[in-house]
Design a protein. Structure first.
Lengths: 114, 115
């Protein structure tokens, strides 16, 4: 089975802190994604990566950056956390770049910024 | 740009009753459509997907969905709901973007099941 793991289930940070959210997949998938999920807004794509060191902005990239130095790992970085970044963050991966490829999701990290 | 609308924010059904969750999409080309389920505290799990061919697709956990191009709809159904089906359900459409592709999700429908 494909497994996507996220480094923390719950995280509490202070305003202005630099925050790293880590995601690891164990099935040699090419694509990796970061979403945030907010009540009433569904999932919104922050960034995605289709290869090592490659990244593309999603719909809401402002205030975030990403890093993909190894194929299995995709990090989301909040350079200076703000309260409006309190949210659930979901990582996903998929095998190839095809439209038909299923995305596999991690359990999510609930981030609270105080 | 593509979009997905799930008109029902919250639905409550009795256990054993039938279920239909609505999904309407907007996409200029042939749509690739997905339904995901998210149980409380969990990530998303794929229920089923539609790419082409038979417009009625079967998924896991007894769910099915019907693609209707004329109505731009992809509604999810289950003939008899179980208490364990209580979760949030997301419809999504895949679209090509920047040499890759992305999923655009609806805002979700939360399902509550009355014993």
């Amino acid at each position: 089975d494909v497994k996507v793991t996220q480094s923390s289930r719950y995280l509490v940070k202070r305003t202005g802190e630099k925050v790293f959210l880590e995601c690891v997949q164990d099935m040699d998938h090419e694509n990796m994604f970061w979403y945030r999920q907010d009540p009433g807004l569904g999932l919104r794509l922050i960034y995605f990566s289709y290869d090592v060191k490659m990244k593309e902005k999603g719909d809401i990239p402002e205030g975030y950056s990403v890093s993909r130095e190894k194929k299995e790992r995709f990090s989301l970085i909040l350079e200076s956390a703000s309260t409006n970044q309190t949210s659930m963050y979901l990582c996903a991966s998929s095998l190839r770049q095809g439209l038909k490829d299923e995305q596999y999701f991690g359990p999510g990290t609930r981030l609270t910024v105080t | 740009a593509q979009s997905v609308t799930q008109p029902d924010i919250h639905i409550t059904v009795s256990e054993g009753a039938s279920l239909e969750l609505r999904c309407n999409y907007s996409y200029g080309a042939t749509p690739y459509l997905f339904w995901y389920v998210q149980s409380p505290g969990q990530g998303l799990q794929l229920l089923l997907k539609y790419f082409s061919g038979d417009t009625l697709v079967q998924g896991i956990k007894g769910f099915e969905a019907e693609f209707k191009r004329s109505q731009s709809s992809f509604n999810l159904r289950k003939p008899s709901v179980h208490w364990s089906d209580a979760a949030e359900y997301f419809c999504a459409v895949a679209a090509a973007r920047a040499g890759s592709y992305q999923l655009t999700f609806g805002k979700g429908t939360k399902l509550s099941v009355i014993p």
